[in-house]
Design a binder for this molecule. Structure first.
Ligand code: MG
Length: 220
């Protein structure tokens, strides 16, 4: 079973479904040539997408344009179904830094054709996630800095304060569509600066001062 480590403990938690928000930062929505959508854009990644710290993202043969998107990941700690925003934070186990790895060429074709993003966003190894930081160590998840370097060069550096939809709303909204269960992971969207990576590149994602995740890139 695919497990995520809980930072600073010997504990692990099996990973369930991964729910992801698209275009939750205005500057990223703009760099993709679009506007902030009127309703939340949701997509899923299967459990086979998970990669842990030190793993490798493998580009499938159908793509030649893999992009990184560094994101704050919320890890669910208790079952949540139809919860109000006021109760939503009670259902969080902790936070992690994650990468919503995206086959941008495949996604662009899907967008043109009005087709789903299941391939572009959900291929094997599309979801690197670092160790879970218990929520007690994160007084305000909207006061964190996300950073991503490729081969030591900074490509993304953004504040979670710029998230459009905030975490209590996101959890409440999702819980009215999907029952959230312990181990489910919510990708909350990426700040601007997404770019292409190539086989041999080394990616380091951070929640500054709290968590680090290193992954390589290869070809499947
Ligand atoms: Mg994303």
């Amino acid at each position: 079973m695919r497990q995520l480590k809980i930072q600073s403990t010997t504990g692990t938690i099996p990973v369930g479904k991964m729910l992801c928000l698209g275009k939750n930062y205005e500057k990223h929505a703009k760099e993709m040539g679009g506007e902030v959508p009127p309703d939340p854009v949701i997509f899923l990644k299967p459990s086979t997408a998970l990669v842990g710290n030190g793993g490798t993202v493998l580009i499938p043969a159908i793509s030649d344009d893999l992009h990184h998107e560094v994101e704050l990941v919320v890890v669910v700690g208790s079952t949540a179904r139809d919860v109000a925003p006021e109760q939503a934070m009670d259902h969080i186990l902790g936070y992690a830094v994650g990468l919503d790895m995206t086959l941008r060429d495949v996604q662009s074709v899907a967008k043109q054709r009005g087709e789903p993003w299941a391939v572009a966003k959900g291929f094997d190894t599309s979801a690197p996630i670092g160790d879970i930081v218990p929520k007690e160590r994160v007084p305000d998840p909207h006061n964190l800095m996300l950073k991503l370097t490729v081969n030591g060069q900074v490509r993304q550096h953004g504040a979670t304060a710029a998230m459009i939809l905030k975490i209590p709303y996101i959890i409440s909204y999702l819980s009215r569509i999907y029952t959230l269960e312990p181990g489910d992971c919510i990708f909350t969207g990426t700040p601007e600066g997404v770019s292409r990576v190539q086989p041999g590149d080394m990616l380091v994602a951070e929640i500054e001062g709290l968590a680090t995740l290193s992954v390589g890139v290869g070809r499947r």
